[in-house]
Ligand binder design. Structure first.
Ligand code: SIN
Length: 287
């Protein structure tokens, strides 16, 4: 039976499971429950080939789509998150606050990230709990946010104007295109489909506009939401070791891969598990 030790008083837990490749269905269901409860779990000392990681991901659900990032030929569901030592200070993949692919109609439910090669220091990942960010707000503020719709788009991440930013990674092929200008509307406050908890489903990377507010209020509200949801009191931070597997609930967290390891190599393998269309119990379905 998986055992969890919380990493902070807010989110994150280190979970001991033995070998994730041999979990029976009961323990897998318990692991999924722990991810939904703690939002991020770290499982140390694993040995996962890309194929085995795909198999594990499939036990959580079908794969998510991975636009803009060219997969390797052998494992199309695996993103090789890779920055070479020689890439220096190039912008790193995931190096800004975001929830994975929240610009999709049904963003991923879970992300699995497995560490292969990590710098001797730096390259930590930081997550923030959007459940805690939600729960810290007073009832009046929440009532004002319930009708607000967040406009998610990858335009400032993967539109052609961003190609130069990504081309500094010599071993990742990130191909920007005009589909990044598409928009998806999600409620700003969502209801988690497995836990029923309310979530402030915001990330500055992909939420570029808000509907349902006076337009004059939008820039300041975006800035306030970013500052609030990434406040240090809602975060946990992980220092990677090879063999670490992180699994996070993408529906209730955002994260940021810190880019403070110029001159060192960092390689992690990422898979995502398809999610559902975000909904809110406070309002009708947004389409
Ligand atoms: C990501 O955003 O998926 C990558 C996170 C990381 O490399 O730490």
């Amino acid at each position: 039976m998986p055992e969890a030790t919380p990493l902070t008083g807010v989110l994150g837990a280190e979970v001991t499971v033995g070998d994730v490749r041999t979990l029976d269905d009961h323990d897998l269901a318990e692991l999924r429950r722990l991810v939904c409860e703690h939002l991020v779990v770290i499982i140390r000392g694993q040995s996962l080939s890309p194929h085995e990681q795909v198999e594990l991901s499939h036990r959580f659900g079908p794969p998510g789509d991975t636009p803009f990032i060219e997969p390797g030929p052998d494992h199309p569901e695996v993103i090789m998150v890779l920055k070479e030592a020689a890439d220096g200070n190039a912008f790193n993949f995931g190096g800004a606050w975001h929830s994975d692919f929240s610009f999709q109609a049904a963003p991923p439910a879970f992300t699995l990230l497995y560490a292969v090669d990590v710098p001797p220091w730096g390259g930590d990942t930081v997550w923030s709990s959007m459940v805690a960010a939600h729960d810290a707000l007073d009832p009046g503020t929440l009532a004002a946010l319930h009708p607000v719709t967040a406009v998610h788009t990858a335009r400032d991440a993967y539109a052609p104007k961003m190609q130069a930013l990504h081309s500094g990674l010599s071993s990742m092929s990130i191909v920007c295109d005009d589909s990044a200008n598409d928009q998806q509307l999600h409620p700003l406050v969502t209801t988690h489909p497995e836990t029923g908890r309310d979530v402030l489903f915001f990330n500055r990377g992909y939420v570029r506009d808000l509907q349902g507010l006076d337009p004059d209020q939008v820039p300041t509200t975006l800035a306030w939401l970013h500052n609030h949801t990434t406040d240090v009191r809602f975060t946990c931070r992980h220092r990677w070791q090879p063999g670490d597997l992180a699994i996070w609930d993408n529906r209730s967290t955002q994260h940021n891969a810190l880019n403070d390891y110029a001159g060192f190599r960092r390689q992690l393998h990422r898979t995502t598990v398809a999610g559902t269309v975000p909904v809110s119990r406070h309002r009708p379905l947004v389409t």
